[in-house]
Write a protein that binds this ligand. Structure first.
Ligand code: CP
Length: 310
């Protein structure tokens, strides 16, 4: 039963509960018009203390497509946060106006804190360099739809594994599925944090390898998950400039990959995937964007506990 629950990190929901969300997403993808009044009379609050295109707009689009309404802000500057209001007071206030609340915040743990003060469901839309569980729902849904299952594959995760919150959430979520091998591709300075390596990969006896080399890894991959170097998390601009172009996937490199490998990216992309790759049949990142909206429709329905039968 997901009604009234918060989603702060991927393991807040069991595998079976995730499967319920994915099954509902399948139904929505098949006939979206059947769901266009499911949330009529309900209000979603979007509180974005950090920039976003996909997460914020996909939650908005999802709620509109369910017949609901959306309130919120897209930067802290346009809210009373700029006058010094606390997160906890903001959350209590928003709970008086809305039925479900989505929050993106630069501080790790802020959505968790919000959930402790909230009487309505809180969804973490990204907290600092920590977690991004609804991107993970999107990623899992995309893999499940294209590959037909979430097991038995080798995934290469490439780029900024240190600060990339989508990476941390995805590894956590995939640790519960069968026969998944990880190839973690990053510069030395952007390696996966120890808490993910020790507490998730090693603790669960998962097969993984760390390397700096993308080209020599490509032939082994069923999925390549590219990520951008997260400029906003660096303390030092010079370090960002030195590391930002560590990887660039182009058509030449793709000749080394399997024919049925799929390329995912949470987006936004900067230079790490050449635009020529967009035409390759293996490029699935814009399909991934679309699944992001559909899976968020399913998530909203489940957390609000509205009747999902058509
Ligand atoms: N994937 C993702 O979180 O994109 P936005 O930052 O545009 O929301």
């Amino acid at each position: 039963m997901l009604k009234g629950r918060h989603l702060i990190e991927p393991k807040d929901f069991s595998k079976e509960e995730l499967e319920e969300i994915f099954n509902l997403t399948d139904k929505i993808v098949e006939k979206p018009e059947k769901f266009n009044k499911k949330c009529s009379g309900k209000i979603l609050a979007n509180l974005f203390y950090e920039p976003s295109t996909r997460t914020r707009l996909s939650f908005e689009a999802a709620m509109f497509r369910l017949g609901g309404e959306v309130v919120g802000f897209s930067s802290a500057d346009s809210s009373s946060v700029s006058k010094g209001e606390s997160l906890s007071d903001t959350i209590r206030t928003v709970g008086c106006y809305s039925d479900i609340c989505v929050i993106r915040h630069p501080k790790e743990g802020a959505p968790k804190l919000a959930s402790l003060k909230s009487e309505i469901p809180i969804i973490n839309a990204g907290d600092g360099g920590h977690q991004h569980p609804t991107q993970t729902l999107t990623d899992l849904m995309t893999i499940r739809s294209i590959k037909g299952t979430i097991k038995n594959f080798t995934i290469g995760i490439c780029g900024d594994l240190k600060f990339g919150r989508t990476v941390h959430s995805l590894i956590k979520a995939l640790s519960r599925y069968d026969n998944i091998r990880f190839i973690l591709i990053s510069p030395e300075e952007l390696k996966i944090p120890d808490y993910i390596k020790d507490e998730v990969l090693i603790k669960n006896n998962l097969e993984f390898k760390e390397t700096e080399k993308l080209e020599s890894s490509l032939k082994d991959l069923d999925i390549l998950y590219m990520t951008r170097v997260q400029r906003e998390r660096f303390f030092n601009e010079a370090d960002y400039i030195r590391l930002k172009d560590s990887y660039r996937l182009d058509n030449k490199k793709l000749e080394l990959a399997k024919d049925d490998m799929i390329i995912l990216h949470p987006l936004p992309r900067v230079n790490e995937i050449a635009s020529e790759v967009d035409e390759d049949k293996r490029a699935k990142y814009f399909q991934q964007v679309k699944y992001g909206m559909f899976v968020r429709m399913a998530l909203i329905i489940k957390l609000l506990g509205v009747d999902e039968e058509c």
